[in-house]
Design a protein around this ligand. Structure first.
Ligand code: NAG
Ligand code: NAG
Ligand code: NAG
Ligand code: NAG
Length: 382
């Protein structure tokens, strides 16, 4: 009897330990990692890359989310009955039109959402992409256009699709270091971004940002390449002396700069979605010595590993909620343009990588621990 008792108390300790180990893994929610896609300009390529072929490729690669830079209805249809969630975009030239005329906003929703929802999983609509640099004249229309698209969805009783707009890091955050002192560039911060943050908060939407460590690395001689490529060298870090936080990669530093800038405006809890990121495998000319296939592969793999680890960023434990890699398919095999594609123009991979992931491994471990705990409990009760 005594022996059994001591055995069960041992098991109890084991049980508590295991529960403690298992608990953190159930709290972390890893970032959803998707890709961007835009229809190639040339007609021969369009025939080759039919929407059905693209959708099938995305499904076969286990990519859970796609951002369509041009929201071609045929492409939206091609993703019906897949589990791939879509991020749609309203093109910049339409923004003033949708802002000034509610019925045009409704018409856009009728054409791009209503025929496909909910068979195609549409998660978010970005009204414009980097409108501030595309045309400063359009910026004042942004919020009104977003409101009109959102209202059209509400009128159709579609509540699950959120509405936002996409900014570009370099056009709204003038200095990223130290991240804790980052602020939005004025006057756009007060005039354009603040009211949009209020809209996002009120409608449960997310802040969308194109964020390229590659560009920041190129624009600053003091950033070592290893810091941009997530390499773990002993001296690969930068300390934010204000917060005492140590940054080990450029991506987290840029994300935290965005979070700090939002915090200045009282919106530090808005979810952040990185609407574009990546590393080119070839540059425009010989001066882009770091635009290589090797670095592109290193960046992608290290980013995927980092995001799956669920470690978040120093200022946001849960990290960014989604990240879209720019881009799925190379635009053109021409010389003299930056190439970002994960796939060549003929849809073959440039290098091998796995999109999905640790999610499965983690749930397997949880299942295993769950079974074990069940057996132990059963034993204790007997
Ligand atoms: C989508 O996910 C659901 C539940 O997670 C699953 O039952 C279904 O088979 C999936 N569909 C596809 C096409 O993968
Ligand atoms: C808004 O757009 C609709 C549909 O194109 C058009 O019939 C209407 O005249 C427009 N309204 C204004 C005020 O421009
Ligand atoms: C926002 O999300 C919260 C929590 O998920 C929910 O309770 C609330 O009703 C949502 N608000 C809107 C406007 O959708
Ligand atoms: C696909 O394109 C790449 C780059 O142009 C080339 O290296 C590769 O051999 C092609 N593969 C096939 C199967 O055509």
């Amino acid at each position: 009897m005594k022996k059994i008792h001591s055995l069960s108390s041992h098991l109890l300790v084991l049980l508590i330990t295991l529960t403690a180990i298992a608990t953190p893994t159930t709290i972390t929610t890893a970032t959803t990692i998707g890709v961007t896609y835009s229809t190639p300009a040339s007609i021969s390529a369009t025939a080759q890359l039919s929407p059905d072929r693209i959708a099938a490729k995305v499904v076969s690669m286990n990519i859970p989310a796609v951002r369509l830079l041009d929201s071609n209805p045929a492409m939206i249809r091609a993703f019906a009955y897949t589990n791939v969630s879509l991020f749609l975009s309203v093109p910049n030239p339409l923004v003033p039109l949708l802002a000034s005329n509610r019925s045009l906003a409704m018409r856009w929703v009728y054409r791009h959402v209503l025929p496909f929802h909910p068979r195609t999983k549409i998660s978010i609509i970005s009204v414009g992409n980097d409108v501030i640099s595309y045309s400063p004249d359009v910026s004042p229309f942004l919020l009104r256009a977003m409101q009109n698209v959102h209202q059209s969805l509400v009128d159709l009783r579609i509540y699950k699709i959120s509405v936002s707009t996409t900014f570009s890091f370099f056009n709204i955050v003038p200095t990223a270091f130290p991240p804790s002192s980052a602020q939005f560039q004025q006057p756009n911060g007060e005039v354009i971004i603040r009211p949009i943050l209020q809209f996002l908060e009120r409608t449960n939407s997310s802040f969308l940002i194109n964020l390229y460590p590659y560009n920041m690395y190129r624009s600053s001689f003091s950033i070592p390449i290893g810091f941009a490529l997530f390499e773990e060298f002993p001296f690969n870090f930068r300390d934010d002396l204000t917060t005492g936080v140590r940054y080990r990669n450029l991506f987290d530093m840029m994300v935290d700069a965005v979070i700090s800038a939002m915090a200045v405006m009282g919106h530090e809890n808005l979810p952040v979605i990185v609407a574009e990121t990546g590393w080119p495998s070839s540059g425009i000319d010989a001066s882009e010595v770091d635009a290589t296939l090797l670095y592109s592969e290193m960046f992608l793999k290290a980013l995927l590993t980092h995001l799956r680890s669920g470690s978040g960023t120093p200022l946001r434990k849960e990290g960014v909620s989604e990240v879209y890699i720019f881009e799925l398919v190379e635009k053109d095999a021409k010389q003299g343009i930056r190439n970002w594609g994960l796939l060549h123009h003929n849809m073959t991979s440039k290098y091998s990588f796995e999109f999905s992931d640790g999610g499965k491994a983690r749930s397997f471990i949880e299942l295993f621990i769950g079974c074990f705990v069940g057996v132990v409990l059963l034993y204790l009760l007997m």
